[in-house]
Every structure is written in C-alpha cells, then in structure tokens.
Design a protein around this ligand. Structure first.
Ligand code: AMP
Ligand code: GLY
Length: 425
C-alpha cells in the first residue's frame, strides 16, 4: 500500500511511526511532515488544504490510502472531494464525509445530534444574531460558571468558561457581534458547566462496526496544577485508571453505540475516527465534544499502546469488516511529556537550535513543531516534541520521559513537570 498522511504535528509523527511498521505499508508520504516524520517516510511539501495538489500527488504516486491527520481538510470535505472524482474514488480515505465531520466542525450540529440520539451531554441553547437579545436574558439568569462555545472551528480557542455574568455577556457580544472568530462564532452554543475529570475515547468505525483504541487523558493547561490558559495539550497518559470496565461499559452503551448507530441511521457516511471527549461527573460519562480525527498529544500514547497492524485495520475499515478486528493493547502504560517553546500558547520564538537527541534512551520521540535547517534541528512551533515512554506503571513511564526531557536542549524550553499528577502520588 502507498499511503499519504496529511499533517505536521506530533500526532502525525506517531501515526507515521505506527504505519511504517506494517508489512503492508510500501511507501509512506507525509505532507508536509516535520523534522521527525522524515525518519518514517518521505516528507512532501504540500499543504493539508491544497486538495488539487493532493490529487495530483495521489495520482502520480499511486496512493492507495489517504489519512488526514488534522480536522481542517476533513471539515472542508476532502472525503467528498475524493469520492466524487473518478480518478481518486478508489483511494481509501480514513475519515468521515463532510457531513460527518460536522460532528467536530459545528458544535450546534453535534449538540443536536446528541439530543436526537439521547446521548448524555451538558444542557445547552444555541444563539445567533437573530435571537441575540434572548441570549442576553438567558445568560443573565444562568448559574455560574457558564460555558460559551463558538459553533465552528476556532483553532482550539473557541471555548470560554465565564466565571461571571459580565464576562459571559462580553464574550457573547464579541463572538456574535464582533465576529471574534469570524464565521465560526456567528452561532454560539451556551452550555451548562460540568465539573469532573476528562477522558479521551477513540472509536474507529467502518460505519456499522466499531472498535475502541486505547483510551487516554491529556493535560490541556499550560501551567502545573492545571492552571493557566488552554494549549493544544501538554502531555498524555494511557491507560486512564478511572476508566475501569464498569465506567467503560457505560461509555459504550450510552455514547459509543448510539453515536455509531445514529450516524448510520441518518445515512451520514463515516469511516474513520470518532474522538469522544468525555467528562466523568459522579461516575457518569457526558460528552464534552466530538472530534473527527485523533487527539494530539493523545495519539503519542495511543499508537504506542496499539499492538494491531494499523494498515490492516484501515483495510478492514474500508471493507466494512471491523467486526473481525480485536484490538490488542500493550499492557504497559505509555506517557507523553510535551516540550514547548517559551511563550506558548501566546507568541513564541521559532528557529532555536535543538541538541541532545543522541542522549535520549528508552523513549520515543515524536516531533511536533520542528524543522531542519543547515543540518540542525530547530524549533518551528509552540509544541515542539513529545517524549513518550513505556512503564510498568504510569509513574515509571513518566519518570523515563522526564529523564529524557532534561536531555533535549534548546533555548526557552518549557514543559509541565506534573503530567499524570492524579495517578502518581
Ligand atoms: P472543547 O473545545 O469543546 O473540547 O472544549 C475545550 C475544553 O473546555 C474542554 O476540554 C473542557 O476542558 C472545557 N469544557 C468544554 N465544555 C465544558 C463543559 N460543558 N463543562 C466544563 N468544561 C467544559
Ligand atoms: N488533545 C485534544 C485534541 O486533540 O483536541
């Protein structure tokens, strides 16, 4: 199989690492990739949103499988673009149709979907310019805190948890009236705040059958003790101790199965990953969000724990035979610590020379924001590199990642030293 993987993050590095281990993988290309992904395949200078360029490349290189890593091309309809084109339609696309990708692309769409299928989620209302005044009254009478979400994709910044009514109203105004996130915030979902602990569940579906990949938990805040602004994710662990058999049974019965069945019943084409962001409140699972792709940095611990051949799973997915797959988990824990650039998630410098890679032992390095310049590896993003380690326990896995985190050097290196804190004391 010739495979084209789209993306340039730690997630794509981990997917590339996994794909190239398969005997079924003949050639792997990563567009555009980063300084680390070139160890697993050929980096191609193509943007993930350049559908025409991707088409020409797929034809030229006889691509059999297209694996979009990030949500952007999926929400923009890359699946439909491929399936409508006689020259591309034979190519397996790992991901949903444009309509299916609305589970991530529109919060209002996903809330209505959950309501239709009685999937547990926070109570909500939807507002736009037409019912703006009604929204203000709703906010004035809402208990605190209040969660406001821009409907569309907002690069992970579209969710505000307002601690006061004033903050909620000013956020609401800037989203709807001042188009703070452009068209993405023309519609705003206002929802009940759920107080609990989060968990990421990854469903791989062929549209009828599904399998679960190992679950994970990410650490979103920049600061230790889960303080400060949200980031793309500062680290991840798998397995998640509180996701025991009883809890996961509830997740499957109340969330995973109604989601897969709901998509099928509504004739929404979906062959790929459904990432369910969950929150556990008093031992009950609620959906916080759906994503139509893998999580980052969750993938950097999920792929290392997945023992199956990923290419084989993709082929089974395309044949509608995921019922024939039994997912095998590595019994060890895997933990990832993300090294980031100083200033992230705000402004940060790029181009800092990185050293010390050769000293790293017993960890996997999944590059994120890195590039190559004059034979050196340099920083090229906010999240720079994920250091993943295995261990008999989460604590042991983390200890290895932290040992190695100290060995990779660049100016302005920052990382959280308390990943997995709830489970390591
Ligand atoms: P989302 O983009 O929907 O994943 O939201 C980003 C983050 O905001 C989530 O990971 C949660 O930490 C938080 N969040 C979103 N919705 C809620 C909610 N209803 N209650 C509490 N926290 C939430
Ligand atoms: N780590 C959360 C996400 O990928 O959306």
């Amino acid at each position: 199989m010739n495979i084209l993987l789209l993306g340039s993050g730690g997630r794509e590095c981990a997917i590339a690492w996994k794909l190239q281990q398969s005997p079924l993988c003949k050639q792997l290309f990563i567009a555009p990739g980063n300084a680390g992904s070139s160890a697993f395949g050929n980096n191609i200078s193509l943007s993930v949103n350049d559908f025409e360029g991707i088409k020409q490349f797929c034809i030229k290189e006889h691509i059999d499988i297209l694996f979009p890593g990030p949500e952007d091309p999926l929400v923009a309809g890359i699946y439909d673009f491929f399936k409508k084109d006689p020259e591309l339609k034979h190519i397996i696309v790992v991901g949903p149709s444009k309509e299916g990708a609305q589970l991530e692309g529109s919060k209002a769409f996903s809330k209505k979907f959950m309501q239709r299928h009685k999937i547990p989620t926070a109570a909500y209302r939807e507002f736009n310019n037409d019912n703006f005044e009604e929204g203000i009254v709703y906010l004035e009478n809402h208990i605190l805190p209040i969660v406001l979400k821009a409907d569309g994709l907002a690069a992970g910044k579209g969710v505000v948890i307002a601690q006061s009514t004033d903050e909620a109203i000013s956020t609401f105004k800037s989203m709807i009236k001042d188009a703070q996130f452009g068209d993405a915030s023309k519609t705003v979902v206002v929802e009940q705040f759920l107080d609990g602990i989060e968990l990421s569940v990854f469903v791989f579906t062929d549209g009828t059958n599904y399998v679960l990949l190992p679950e994970a938990k990410d650490y979103k805040r920049i600061g230790e003790g889960d303080k400060g602004p949200n980031t793309g994710g500062m680290g991840a662990i798998s397995p998640v101790p509180f996701a025991d058999a009883t809890f996961m049974r509830k997740v499957i019965e109340r969330i995973v199965e109604p989601t897969v069945k709901g998509l099928k019943d509504e004739h929404i084409i979906y062959q790929g990953i459904i990432f369910v962001g969950l929150i556990k409140v008093d031992n009950e699972p609620y959906v916080i969000e759906y994503n139509c792709r893998m999580g980052d940095p969750e993938t950097e611990v999920v792929m290392p724990r997945l023992q199956n051949d990923l290419v084989e799973m993709i082929l089974k997915m395309s044949e509608g035979k995921l019922n024939e797959v039994t997912v095998q988990h590595d019994p060890r824990a895997a933990c990832a610590v993300m090294l980031v650039s100083e200033g992230y998630p705000g402004n940060y410098p790029k181009g800092r020379v990185m050293t010390g890679f050769e000293k790293v032992k017993d960890s996997l390095l999944f590059h994120a924001g890195t590039a190559t310049k004059d034979n050196a590896i340099i920083t090229n993003g906010g999240r720079v590199i994920a250091i993943t380690s295995y261990g008999g326990t989460i604590k042991n896995a983390l200890a290895k990642s932290y040992e190695n985190a100290a060995l990779i050097e660049y100016e302005g290196k920052y990382y959280r030293r308390d990943i997995g804190w709830e489970f390591t004391s």
